[in-house]
Ligand binder design. Structure first.
Ligand code: FES
Length: 321
């Protein structure tokens, strides 16, 4: 167990806030004195305090070689907890936002010979920093599959259709019709040494996970936006026993194991809190988990659990904590 202290926040100037696509707003954030921002690597995210005080996590879309600004792109989600709406509706050019230093749970593997990126909708944001970085600096091979519903909702589409990305980017819109979904199987059928990066709606990530079961686990990377899945109507309370400390904790139907342990003063390392980064992995010593992450393989699932999202199929789970 280790403590995760709250991030230190720095006020940054919103030098530009403008639409990037239908329902998506781009924000460029810079230091008030114009100086360089803390360095980051492709795939990194920052935490932003949105109007109203809540903290939200957003991937950086900008090229890491240009530290004069950070770019984030925010989709205005109508349902949900309102963080994105507050940001899109309430923050204008010239405002100030408090942000954390960048962190990266979705880093490009430096030794990979090539990369395959699959972005669904607003999942394009971390891929933009990766693609811009690869084009501007490394010259390594990559292919980006950018999947969306309509062309009006595809942020960065103009840039990605430009000469810098020619031959490297496939964009596809399904108009909301599952029958028109892009077929990724020819891309994923054979593992050829590339590292795969996927960010987008949960359904897309689960489909990609299922199609890459034969890839090495270390070559497949997922990222989402920390959007906690809503509790299911069928969720019930269960208990968790911590084998090392001997304490037992009741996990309510509307709270995660991670949150309940946190409330009890026990903090497990965590980052995405949405089952995609693998940081909160804990050994499962007893009971059967109801796995809701997209990280663990079928082989790992009997013995490990991601405590930020997964629950129990048995009345009690025993964790190696
Ligand atoms: S904190 Fe990322 S998987 Fe749990």
């Amino acid at each position: 167990m280790s403590l995760s202290p709250p991030p230190t926040l720095t006020p940054l100037h919103v030098r530009r806030a403008e639409p990037a696509a239908a329902g998506i707003q781009s924000f460029e954030l810079a230091r008030h004195d114009g100086g360089p921002l803390p360095a980051f690597t492709p795939g990194a995210h920052i935490q932003v305090r949105v109007p109203g005080g809540a903290m939200r996590r957003y991937s950086l879309a900008s090229d890491p070689s240009d530290l004069s600004f950070y770019q984030i792109a925010v989709k205005r989600e109508d349902p949900g907890t309102g963080g994105s709406r507050a940001l899109v509706d309430g923050v204008k050019t010239g405002d100030t936002l408090e942000v954390s230093a960048p962190q990266n749970d979705f880093a490009l593997a430096p030794a990979a010979p090539s990369y395959v990126m699959i972005a669904g909708g607003i999942g394009i944001t971390p891929m933009m920093s990766m693609a811009r970085h690869l084009v501007s600096s490394e010259g390594k091979q990559f292919r980006l599959f950018y999947l969306g519903r309509t062309s009006a909702q595809m942020a960065f589409a103009d840039e990605l259709s430009g000469p810098a990305f020619r031959g490297r980017v496939v964009t596809h819109c399904d108009e909301g019709d599952p029958a028109k979904s892009y077929d990724l199987w020819p891309v994923l059928e054979k593992f050829k040494g590339a590292h795969l990066y996927c960010c987008g709606p949960r359904g897309l990530m689960e489909a990609v996970r299922d199609m890459t079961g034969h890839w090495p686990v270390s070559a497949v990377h997922f990222e989402d936006f920390g959007a906690r899945q809503a509790p299911l109507a069928t969720d019930t309370a269960f208990t968790v026993r911590l084998a090392r400390t001997g304490t037992t904790h009741v996990i309510p139907a509307d709270a995660s194991i991670l949150e309940t342990l946190r409330d009890a003063g026990i903090t497990v390392s965590a980052s995405c809190e949405s089952g995609s980064c693998g940081t909160c992995e804990v050994k499962l010593l007893g009971g059967v988990a109801d796995h809701r992450d997209i990280v663990l393989t079928e082989r790992e699932r009997p013995h490990k659990i991601m405590v930020c999202v997964s629950r129990a199929l048995t009345p009690e789970l025993v964790l190696d904590l």
